[in-house]
Write a protein that binds this ligand. Structure first.
Ligand code: THU
Length: 138
């Protein structure tokens, strides 16, 4: 399980990213922060668009920040959104995470008050299609 100092750092980074979210259409602000196995933390927020489908999720922003910094593996991610329901990663983001994370990676779902639920990526996206499916292709 992700250690407490890492959870605290992920939570703080997600709170800060969420404060910068651009969500003028849904008003639903999301922050995400991920930790690499090396201990680096990268954060992102949702960025909506007047052409609705073009908007991007907070998880996508955090992944892009990681890749731009040279990171390639995700050990844990914390996603923070408000409201009574869990702000768990959407289906597309579960697949985005799968590209860089193992089934054992930790996915923490938080509200403004703190962590609400903990999953593994394998629990959220079982029997997934991933990079290994393409590794042995001729
Ligand atoms: N959203 C995220 O950023 N991450 C999720 O895991 C769920 C949804 C965003 C997309 C959109 O800007 C807003 O939340 C409402 O769907």
């Amino acid at each position: 399980m992700t250690d407490a100092p890492t959870v605290a750092a992920l939570f703080d980074a997600a709170v800060a990213a969420r404060a910068a979210a651009y969500a003028p259409y849904s008003q639903f602000r999301v922050g995400a922060a991920l930790a690499t196995p090396e201990g680096a933390i990268h954060a992102g927020c949702n960025v909506e668009n007047a052409a609705y489908p073009v908007g991007t999720c907070a998880e996508a922003g955090a992944i892009a920040a990681m890749v731009a910094a040279g990171g390639r593996r995700i050990a844990a991610i914390l996603v923070l959104g408000d409201g009574p329901a869990l702000c768990a990663p959407c289906g597309a983001c579960r697949q985005r995470l799968r590209e860089f994370a193992a089934d054992e990676a930790h996915v923490l779902v938080a509200g403004p008050e703190g962590v609400r639920a903990r999953f593994t990526l394998g629990e959220l996206l079982p029997s997934s299609f991933g990079p290994a499916n393409l590794e042995a292709q001729p």
